[in-house]
Design a protein around this ligand. Structure first.
Ligand code: FO1
Length: 334
């Protein structure tokens, strides 16, 4: 950070929780003249009905742009569902995933641009011209990378005999169709090995004064971002301190189904469990600081400074206060 420059905050984030957290980071940034870049998970992305759907990028874009449905947290406010009804009349599958009419316009533009050869980062920037999210939104990668869930062969299949084999289904099928109830054996980030950080991501990390891990699902939102080769290394080798915000308060996720995902990979559903999963930088991990809720005050992780503040993202002011606390913990506030 130069004498006259504002601070540059980079946030790694998933969808709905990520969007709410970023609204607070943006509020803080507006007070202080800071610049914000969000590096967003693409593991949830899926192609359905010929359309490329990027739920986390869209949740963040709509939330920050004032277009998100406040109850669902995904998709557009004032949505109508005519196309969904028409698809149902054709008995088109998958019927378990709903695309709203307004949302479909976003997917038509994205798919058209991708088919014309634009990278996802450029498509996202084009969509953001309309939504003006006030932070720079970058996909973690421009390459195709999708989270798949390995389940037992016959789990979720009606009448099927129990089998020893296993099969992989797309994360959206596990999450939306099966409500994360099918016992998952593991998560696979398909395409991760050959993915590269999207245009702008490494530059953003190199220029960051601080990196925050949003209180998003650590297993299926943050981990797929870190799985992009070069990204984790840019964090650990970078000069910017990395502070994580716990997505768990007590023994439950702030929202969503992180408990089921953590159980799958054998991590305790607690602020301490998630901090240990990320690891302290001093012990070869990622974190220079860990922000927990006041309910978890007293949580101790070897080699990691921990601070307890209220973490319920009730409104933008509360979330901006979380941001300030994270930056104080990082030692970057003057
Ligand atoms: N979530 C649902 O529970 N049901 C849906 O039909 C659904 C459709 C959908 C369409 C576009 C979009 O961007 C998101 C959508 N989501 C839906 C949310 C999404 O499945 C998940 O909440 C995220 O991927 C997890 O972060």
């Amino acid at each position: 950070m130069g004498e006259d420059d504002g601070m540059h905050i980079v946030v790694l984030a998933g969808g709905i929780g990520g969007g709410r957290f970023l609204a607070g980071v943006r509020a803080f940034a507006r007070q202080t003249g800071a610049e914000v870049t969000a590096v967003v998970n693409v593991g949830d992305d899926v192609t359905l009905h010929g359309l490329r759907i990027c739920p986390d990028l869209d949740s963040v874009m709509y939330t920050l742009g004032g277009g998100a449905d406040p109850e669902r947290g995904w998709g557009r406010r004032d949505e109508t569902w005519t196309v969904r009804e028409e698809l149902a009349a054709y008995q088109a599958e998958p019927s378990w995933f709903g695309l709203g009419d307004r949302d479909i316009a976003t997917h038509l533009i994205r798919t058209t641009m991708l088919n014309a050869g634009y990278p996802l980062s450029a498509v996202t920037a084009a969509l953001c011209v309309r939504w003006q999210p006030g932070v720079r939104l970058l996909p973690a990668t421009d390459d195709r990378m999708e989270t798949h869930v390995v389940v037992e062969q016959d789990a979720g299949r009606e009448g099927g005999p129990a089998g020893a084999g296993e099969r992989a289904i797309h994360f959206q099928e596990w999450w939306v169709r099966h409500h994360a109830r099918l016992p998952a054996r593991r998560f696979v980030f398909v395409g991760a090995e050959s993915a590269k950080p999207a245009e702008g991501v490494l530059d953003a990390l190199a220029g960051a004064d601080v990196v925050l891990l949003a209180p998003s699902n650590p297993v299926v939102s943050i981990a797929p971002i870190l799985a992009v080769p070069g990204l984790r290394e840019a964090l650990t080798a970078g000069r910017a301190p990395v502070v994580g915000v716990s997505p768990i308060i007590g023994s439950a996720p702030v929202r969503g189904m992180a408990d089921k995902c953590l159980a799958t990979i054998g991590v305790e559903c607690s602020a301490r469990g998630v901090a240990a999963m990320y690891g302290a930088r001093s012990a070869g991990g990622l974190l220079d600081g860990w922000l927990v809720d006041t309910a978890d005050a007293g949580v101790h992780v070897d080699g990691l400074p921990v601070r307890a503040v209220p973490l319920w993202m009730t409104d933008e002011a509360a979330t901006a206060a979380m941001t300030r606390a994270a930056l104080e913990l990082a030692g970057v506030l003057r």
